[in-house]
Design a protein around this ligand. Structure first.
Ligand SMILES: Cc1ncc(COP(=O)(O)O)c(C=O)c1O
Length: 378
């Protein structure tokens, strides 16, 4: 199979990630933080090591700012539900994934939260003046999708972070599609919270993700329970990461996620980025005039995601043929982002989404191009 659905989850993983997962599953079998015996301590150290790798990767100040979750959705829910209280105002972009839109709509419905959407230009870039204008006295939080998982638009985080910092509101970035592709420096960019997937661009296993939270921000925990520390107290610890990580952790997954970060560091982000953009360029050049592409015209501020349609064919029909006849996996439909589809006018038809990974080749893209051309002619 030609797998071009890395936006959903990256596959295959690098060999060292498979090996790390297997090794950890066999050797780090005790429960980290639960019990003082040497294996439990070793497991806690394994988790700490990945925390440190992520800290370094996003240039956070302290490992205590890195919280592990089971996916980006959980991280976003923790970030959003953890800071907002009744009467607060939230601003989100119009390209948000349902893992942002649904929690904020839930808050709006149940807790009298005010919600606004910032405006975008026709390629999906946030109009910064509009964002600045919309921030008001009770604005608590701005949530921005760094790279649209449907259209690939990559927002200018430094400019957005400057606005939120000047206005004294919190900035939560959804980095699900961008981490492992674009460099992120949370301190320089003024990011207060960053939600990320372990299983996409960072090349770790499914069931891994995380949230960076600046150390002075104390969130209401999404869940409470056993943390292996302060067991005499009815409350979870006052500070992170233990505050947010109740319950047994995914030690093998987190260890393998660390191996994914090692792989990216060895390759270098520049190389990964230029490889994925080269594949997108090949696709755009090969299908120019044949399909309708959406989103940014230039590759410059685009993530590793592209969407298109073939005439008025249902995107799901095209994807079905690609899968069943050509053995090519792409995603079609609404990609869990109805807001983004509404913005680009593809709510009815959906889009065919191609998200190349590090192991895809130009030859595979050429096979996809040929397949699309044949589908058009059939
Ligand atoms: C932009 C964006 N945010 C959030 C998510 C949710 O990620 P997860 O599946 O890790 O919960 C996705 C998933 O594709 C996404 O693309």
């Amino acid at each position: 199979m030609i797998y071009l659905d890395n936006g959903a989850t990256s596959f295959p993983k690098p060999e060292n990630v498979y090996k790390a997962h297997d090794y950890a599953f066999r050797n780090y079998g005790a429960n980290p933080g639960r019990g003082g015996h040497s294996l439990a301590r070793e497991c806690a150290r394994v988790i700490y090591n990945t925390r440190e790798k992520i800290r370094e990767f996003i240039k956070a100040n302290s490992t205590r700012e890195i919280i592990f979750t089971s996916n980006t959705t959980e991280a976003l829910n923790q970030g959003i539900l953890g800071v907002v209280s009744e009467g607060d105002h939230i601003i989100i972009s119009k390209l948000e994934h349902n893992s942002v839109w649904r929690p904020v709509e839930w808050l709006r419905k149940n807790f009298k939260i005010e919600l606004d959407f910032c405006e975008h230009d026709k390629e999906g870039y946030i109009i910064l003046e509009d964002l600045e204008r919309k921030i008001k006295k009770n604005t608590k939080l701005v949530v921005i999708n760094h790279c649209s998982n449907v259209f690939g638009t990559m927002q200018n985080l430094s400019a957005i972070g400057q606005i939120t910092r000047n206005k004294g509101v919190l900035l939560l970035v959804d980095g699900a599609q961008s981490l492992g592709f674009e460099e992120i420096d949370v301190q320089r960019m003024g990011i207060d919270m960053l939600a990320f997937a372990g299983h996409k661009g960072l090349l770790g296993p499914m069931g891994t993700g995380g949230l960076y939270v600046r150390e002075d921000i104390i969130l209401k925990p999404l869940k409470t329970g056993g943390t292996g520390s302060k067991s005499e107290s009815p409350e979870v610890p006052a500070k992170g990461p233990e505050r947010y990580e109740s319950g047994t952790m995914n030690t093998a997954g987190i260890y393998a996620l660390g191996a994914g970060v090692d792989f990216i560091n060895e390759q270098g982000l520049d190389k990964i980025k230029s490889h994925k953009l080269n594949l997108l360029k090949r696709l755009i050049d090969g299908l120019e005039g044949i399909v309708t592409f959406y989103g940014p015209q230039s590759l410059e501020n685009r993530g590793p995601v592209i969407s298109f349609n073939l005439g008025d064919m249902a995107s799901t029909d095209v994807a079905f043929i690609l899968d069943t006849v050509y053995n090519i996996a792409v995603r079609a439909g609404l990609h869990c982002s109805p807001l983004a589809h509404k913005f680009f006018g593809t709510l009815e038809q959906g889009t065919i989404r191609v998200t190349p990974g590090i192991f895809n080749t130009i030859e595979e893209i050429d096979i996809l191009i040929k397949a699309i051309k044949e589908i058009r002619e059939s």
